[in-house]
Structure formats: C-alpha cells, structure tokens
Design a protein around this ligand. Sequence first.
Ligand code: HEC
Length: 499
Amino acid sequence: MAENYDARAGVPRWLTLSGVLLLAAMVFVACGTDSTSVAEPAALEDNAGEDSGGTETTAAPSQTSFANDVQPILEANCVSCHSDTGPGTTHLEMATVDDVASIAEFIAFRVEDKQMPPWPQTGLQEIAYQYDLSMSDEDRQVIIDWAAAGAPLDVDRATNLTGTREAYPPIDADMVINASSPYPGSDKLDDYRCRILDPEFTDTTWVTSIETRPDETKVLHHSLIYHLPASQRASATASDGADGSPGWQCQTVSTFGLDQVAGWAPGTGPSSMPDGSGLKMEAGDAFVVQWHYHYDNGPLPDNSGIALEIASAEQVAAAGGALDPISNMTLVGPVEIPCATYESGPLCDRDAAIDRLRTEFGSESALIPEFVNSQCNVTPADFALFTDGKASSSCDIPTPAGEVVSILPHMHELGTTYRLTLNPGTAEEKILIDIDAWDFQWQMGYYPAEPLMFERGDVLRLECGWDRALWPAGLESRYLVWAEGTEDEMCFGSVAIRR
Ligand code: HEC
C-alpha cells in the first residue's frame, strides 16, 4: 500500500496536506474587525414570511381536476426526469397516469418535504439561475391535496405523460473521458470514490464546458469535479488502486485540496464558461472526479465520465492568444458545534475532539479549526451557547473582481441552512444563495442566468447552520469542528470567477 494513503481515514495524505497549504495561503478570508462572529439562524425566521401560500388551499379537493390541475404540474416539474432516459427513471417511472396514481401518496410525501423536485433553494435568493427546478408552494399543495383525496382521476389510467420542462441541450463535446476501468462498487451503503480522468493534453488547452456523463444511474448520486495540476499527478496516481480497487476512497477531503471546477447532481446541466473565458489546463493536468455512489440495492459497476468542450485554435487566436481564465475563490466559514445538553461522552470536550482529529487525519488537520476561526475573527467561546443541538456560523469574505461563473456550496450531513449574501448590511445587499433544507444528496452547482459581477471591495457573507438531530444513531457523540470526514462538518463553498 502506498505510503501516502491513510488507510484508517481512507484519505490520501497529499490532499490533506495540500489542503492545509491552500488554507494557509488563502487570501480571500476576511480578517477585518467587521466580521460578524455568530449568526442568528436568520434563514429560518425569514422563511416564515415566505411560506404564506403553503398551507392555504384555494380549491377544495373535489374541484381539482387531474387533467386540468394535477397533470400539467407533474408534466412540468417531474416527468422529464422520471420518464424515458431521465435521471430519475431508474428510481421511479412516471410515464403514464397509472404510474403516478398508483403511488400518489409516495409522490405527495416527497413533494411535501421538498425533496422533489430537487431544488434546495428557498426562493429568497435574489438572482436567477440556469436549470432552475423550483416548484411553487401552490403547485405543491395541489399535488398534496389530490393525493389526500384518494388520487381521483378524470382521464384514462393508460394516458401517457409528457415532460414539458425543457431539458438542457447536451454540449457539443470535443472529448469524452472515462477512467481506465469501471469501478466495480463496494459493500458500503454510501461510497465516495475518486478517480483520475486524464484528457492527455500535451499543450495549454482551454476547456469551455464540462458535462458529467452518468453511466449507471441506479447507483450514481452525484459528482464533484476537480482540477488536478500536473504537479500533483504523481501523488494522486500513487493513491490510485492502493486499496485493491480502481481509484481511492476520498469522502470529501478533496473539496479543499484541489480547485473544484464543476458539481453535478442528476438532472442538472453542464458547467459552461461564459463566451471568451475558459478553464486553463496545462500539459499533464487532469481531473479528479469524486463519484458518490449510493448502493441501496447492492453495488453495480459504473463507468461514468465527463465530456468537455474545448476552445479551438481559432477561438483562442481571436481572443488574443488566451481566453479569460476562470479561477476559484474558496469560501470557508467556522465550524464549532458543541454537543447538545442531551448528549455526553469524552469527545464532547473540544480539546479531546481536536486530539481525535490529530490521530485520525494527522496534525495538519488539527490546525484547521483554529486557522479558520482566526480568519473569521471568532473563538470557540462564541459558540458555547449552542446547547440545543442547533448551531450556526458566519464569515465575511472579501471578493476579487470578476464575473461569477458558478457557486458550489458544500457542507456535510448535519448541514441544514446555507446562505451567501453579497455586501450584507449595505443598500446593495443581495442574497445569492439561500438553502433552508440542505441535502447532502443533492449537492450541485448554481450557474447565474444573468451576468453577476463582483467588484473589488465587495464582501460575501457565508452563513451555515447545522442540526445535531441529524447525527447518526449509535455513533459516539462528539464536539464537531472543521474537518474532512463525512461525519465531521464543513462550512465551505467554491465560486468560479472569470477574471
Ligand atoms: C432533475 C431531475 C428530477 C426532477 C425534476 C424530479 N425528480 Fe424525482 N428523482 C430524481 C432522481 C435522480 C431520483 C433518485 C434519487 C433520489 O431519490 O434522490 C428521484 C427520486 C424520486 C422519488 C423517490 C423514488 C424512490 O424510489 O425512492 C420520488 C417519489 C420522486 N423522485 C418524485 C418526484 C416528483 C413528484 C417530482 C416532481 C414534483 C420529481 N420527482 C422531480 C430526479 C428528479
């Protein structure tokens, strides 16, 4: 087994180490005195006013027509993903009226708890995004009422349903890359597997679109795509296959060792850079893709890949020899989540929890919480009052100037709320991302539909919230700080910016 592979943590050391170096070099995190230390759980309060249409029904169930009311909502919001080759079809087919009528309650359940359609944002965000899958509270209520009334039909059960929401057009791929061999799967329920995808570039190349090409959609849950510079190839290659299976187990550590360039969940579109810009890849650079597999019905082999659009020599020449580079701004906020009053154990002591990190992930990892806190101007004492299991944090981060290409939020499984606000507390304040039901299963990138510019001197406020009620049953309680294990937590994000 390669030396740089930490078998216990399942984490290659080079990622951990480079992550710390990257954090140490990070210039974007605010040190200013105006950083707010601990945020009120504002997202929850603000949403109370937003939900007004949610519980009132305008039409009595008996007046609801399946053909006129329910069917158009399903066809607009669900059917394109849940029929034909849609990404949800292997899980649930909604090709005919019978398909939906026979499981109306199940559908209503997923609609009511807002897991479907998969669009975690609340609507408080003040910019429009491409591939917006949001569904109104009124439409949700129509489905819920129809199911509660016993799913009455006024059309034949054999009627076909037709998706009416425009799916995104596939990119005009110049190259499709797959790993050298399929991943056979494992006996884990949730398996995070990193693979190297090598475009074999021999010259500087500008990538203008990246699209995930899923293979086995029964098990593939999401992908996070990172740029692997040639300088880090050797250590990545050493991890590859070290545990006897292609790739390596990578959980989420790679979120800060390498620049994330795209995030995909089923049904979301490609990452396309604005005209005249691109991701600069040098000879020998490659991608690391973290594939998240969910094996609720056992493992299946998968050979998903990515497709790329590449700027032609003419396009590069027309742009004066180089496109505008896309570079990443890293968002990091504090994580300090004390045990709730109903929890106890030796690891509820913060120092003991930090010692555990040192043993589990190495001494560099144990330094990260202090580093992030100092950058965000907070101390653990600021979080001591979070004793009911709910915690939140915030950090103000100055932006570089440029056009926002994508925003990729990231937390782990206890995450509940995630908000990103541009220039908070000023007349220009703008909420960019507002998620009140964070779903680790649906991490995806958000691509502004209209140009969104950052000016030098702008500030982004990152706010994250967690709930310890989501802590896995049976796992020993512990004080949680910023760390890379799936059961540790992060308050993180990556913003791709055209400079
Ligand atoms: C962007 C694509 C997409 C859209 C739009 C979408 N779904 Fe899904 N849906 C999926 C995928 C993928 C899964 C499987 C993964 C999961 O459960 O999260 C799924 C799972 C489900 C499940 C659970 C199936 C199971 O076996 O557990 C239900 C129920 C469901 N969707 C209903 C709906 C309804 C109702 C709508 C519309 C209101 C909808 N979906 C819209 C992609 C989509």
